[in-house]
Write a protein that binds this ligand. Structure first.
Ligand code: 1EE
Ligand code: MN
Ligand code: MN
Ligand code: MN
Length: 298
């Protein structure tokens, strides 16, 4: 398979700037070599240009970031490669999912996360954009939200029925209301406990794409995994997916042959000591290799 790797050192979506070190930490740990060693044709597209806060007034901030990200993701996909986006905080998904829609109109989204990330600027209690990305993208939400200055270039491009959550365990009241109102399919950690990961993944894929022909966008927030596996992330929540569950999800999505774009977000190497960083980066690298065909069975 052919993979294009895009670094996206985004940190403006939340208050801990260390997520801008995420792409470098994953590359420095040998990500590209690992992917080549499993037989992939890998091309590194470098990092998206994320202007630092001081350079641009807040209002321009987002118009540059999601647009740059969307443009770059579109370019990778149009080159005939699957796109691997290395975060950076989860606000980058505004650009990656929009960019995916420019290359493929009928994508479905698997959102693996402890959080729903679907607050609108009006329902958010933190004001952090990494808690809002889906609200900029979902058609049905537009009458209920407001456009932030600079987000004009991002158009909603997915329907509520094209999203499935796996791993939820920290959902705000406004998000719960939105999920219920628009009937967004979600498998929280309770469902993972109840059904087991095999049935969750089966149901998720069959719900999104029963005919098995639509391109899949996996937006994988590493905080979906248990904090013991990912000590270096900004919003940890106890009782997360096991390492085996995380690997299983990615193996099964890869096995569809339709995994078109993968975001790996919220790695913040500056949170924790050297050992914590090693644990976090190694777990993230393993998850990434499963997205592109490397299976535990060999
Ligand atoms: N829902 C949160 C967390 C978003 C996490 C984003 B990520 O990309 O990492 O998934 C949390 C809101 N938070 C809930 C508990 C309150 O005590 C404080 C505010 C928010 O800030 O909107
Ligand atoms: Mn195109
Ligand atoms: Mn999260
Ligand atoms: Mn997230």
């Amino acid at each position: 398979g052919k993979v294009g790797v895009l670094g996206c050192p985004m940190y403006h979506g939340q208050t801990k700037p260390g997520t801008k070190e995420g792409p470098a930490a994953l590359r420095d740990a040998g990500l590209l070599e690992m992917l080549k060693d499993q037989g992939l044709d890998v091309k590194d597209f470098g990092d998206v240009n994320i202007p630092c806060l001081e350079e641009v007034p807040l209002s321009d901030l987002s118009v540059k970031n999601p647009k740059n990200i969307a443009t770059d993701v579109h370019k990778v996909l149009d080159s005939g490669r699957a796109c691997l986006v290395l975060g950076g905080d989860h606000s980058l998904a505004i650009g990656s999912i929009y960019g995916h829609s420019l290359a493929e109109l009928d994508q479905v989204v698997v959102w693996v996360d402890a959080h729903a990330d679907i607050n609108t600027p009006l329902t958010s209690t933190s004001g952090n954009i990494h808690g809002m990305p889906l609200s900029f993208l979902v058609h049905e939400l537009q009458p209920y939200t407001c456009k932030l200055p600079g987000f004009e270039s991002i158009k909603p491009c997915i329907s509520a029925k094209d999203i499935v959550y796996i791993g939820l365990r920290s959902v705000d009241p406004g998000e719960r209301y939105i999920i219920e109102k628009f009937g967004i399919q979600s498998f929280s950690i309770s469902e993972v406990d109840k059904l087991g990961i095999k049935e969750v993944v089966e149901k998720a894929i069959n719900y999104l794409d029963p005919e098995g022909k639509r391109p899949i966008h996996l937006s994988f927030d590493v905080d979906a995994l248990d904090p013991s596996l990912i000590p270096c992330t900004g919003t940890p929540v106890l009782g997360g997916l096991s390492f085996r569950e995380g690997n299983y999800i990615c193996e099964e999505l890869a096995a569809t042959g339709r995994l078109s774009c993968v975001d790996i977000v919220e790695v913040n190497p500056t949170l924790g000591n050297e050992r914590d960083k090693e644990i976090t980066v190694n777990a993230a690298l393993q998850i990434i290799t499963r997205c592109f065909g490397n299976r535990r069975q060999g």
